[in-house]
Design a protein around this ligand. Structure first.
Ligand SMILES: [Zn+2]
Length: 377
């Protein structure tokens, strides 16, 4: 007889942004009497598909102004948020009920860094901006990889059909033949600041989420002496495999402390040792700069693989075509529904096995982090 629940940890995945948010807040409310819970919610002007509030929830369990904190964040890339949220649900429902925290220690669940993209199944936010390319002090409207410029019309086509896609894939193949796959990846993922309606736009100004996050860090983490932080992502790498990526260079204390904590090791996107390309305006680089300079910090983007890079990229291109040339808010339009289904699948496969593996692995990363967090029993 087969086990009726072969993938028990899949239950932490929720079906929507709204369900994820409500479930997490309900779980935290039940912990409040014993551990103390402070929730600082920052709502956006925009609404979700069911008219629901879209908010970034900064949920602090334990010390309201912690000296030592483990921070788990989700949804920087909108639709990728189901996964980080599932790990947060595991923490709230399974880990925290049995955990003892010293008076100066906190576990922080930062839910939905990009709530609009999470709710509407986009990687980018309400202004077509990738939040994880928006943490800059200056936005240079000329900044764009030469390879992106060369392939501009292929990356961001005005039509979406079989014939034009066949021609576009030939253009990508020729570029790869001439310059190599890493050059294509660099062109497509570094972030660009020149084409607001193109994919991988990093913005021309500080976004709502970026401003809220900087403020939340300044307001709640100004006394921090230790911060260990994981920001969950999906869509890059082998199916269900995980790479820990950091924006820090290998010769930094942050990089060394991160490698000490996580046994699988972290890889720097900036030095070429990661599957990721070198990226502009990263969240970790922007927000860690808001901490006291004396704060000991560790950081990683756990990046969980789903499907081959071309397939994932094509769902992002299709979604961007839909946004610029289709009916993106009309979920009853069959074409809209088909593209939305594909982008969801690319970043959150419809597989209980994948979901179970990711929560199991993410829980392991959290447990490794707790071993280095002062004030946890
Ligand atoms: Zn991501």
């Amino acid at each position: 007889m087969t086990d009726p629940t072969p993938h028990p940890l899949a239950k932490y995945f929720q079906p929507s942004y709204q369900a994820s948010r409500l479930q997490l807040l309900a779980s935290l409310r039940s912990l409040a009497p014993r551990l103390g819970v402070t929730i600082d919610s920052r709502a956006l002007v925009e609404r979700g598909p069911s008219g629901e509030t879209l908010a970034l929830d900064f949920c602090i369990v334990g010390a309201a102004k912690p000296r030592h904190a483990l921070l788990i964040s989700s949804g920087t890339h909108g639709v990728e948020g189901f996964t980080g949220s599932a790990v947060q649900q595991w923490i709230a429902q399974t880990l925290l009920p049995t955990l003892q925290l010293a008076p100066h220690t906190a576990i922080i669940l930062q839910h939905a860094n990009n709530p609009y993209g999470f709710a509407w199944h986009r990687r980018v936010n309400e202004a077509n901006v990738d939040i994880n390319r928006n943490f800059l002090l200056h936005y240079d409207p000329a900044l764009c990889e030469p390879g992106y410029e060369a392939l501009l019309e292929n990356i961001n086509p005005t039509q979406w059909d079989q014939d034009s896609e066949a021609a576009n894939s030939i253009a990508f193949a020729q570029f790869t033949e001439a310059h190599g796959f890493r050059a294509l990846q660099q062109a497509l993922s570094a972030g660009q600041y020149k084409y607001p309606k193109g994919i991988q736009f990093g913005g021309s100004s500080e976004q709502q989420s970026t401003r809220h996050l900087r403020h939340l860090f300044r307001q709640h983490l100004s006394a921090c002496e230790t911060l260990i932080w994981l920001d969950f992502h999906t869509g890059l790498g082998e199916f269900a495999a995980c790479e820990l990526i950091t924006g820090a260079m290998p010769d930094t204390d942050n990089y060394r402390f991160s490698n000490q904590i996580w046994s699988q090791g972290v890889k720097s996107a900036q030095s070429g040792e990661s599957v990721s390309a070198k990226l502009n305006g990263l969240l970790d680089q922007g927000l860690l700069a808001e901490l006291p300079t004396t704060c000991k910090r560790a950081f990683a983007f756990p990046e969980y693989g789903t499907y081959p890079p071309t397939q994932v990229l094509n769902t992002m291109r299709a979604d961007n075509w839909l946004e610029q040339h289709g009916e993106p808010r009309n979920l009853n339009n069959p074409r809209t529904a088909a593209i939305k289904k594909e982008i969801l699948e690319a970043f959150k496969p419809d597989s209980r096995e994948w979901e179970h593996c990711i929560v199991e692995h993410g829980a392991g990363l959290v447990r490794e982090a707790l071993a280095y967090l002062p004030g946890v029993k």
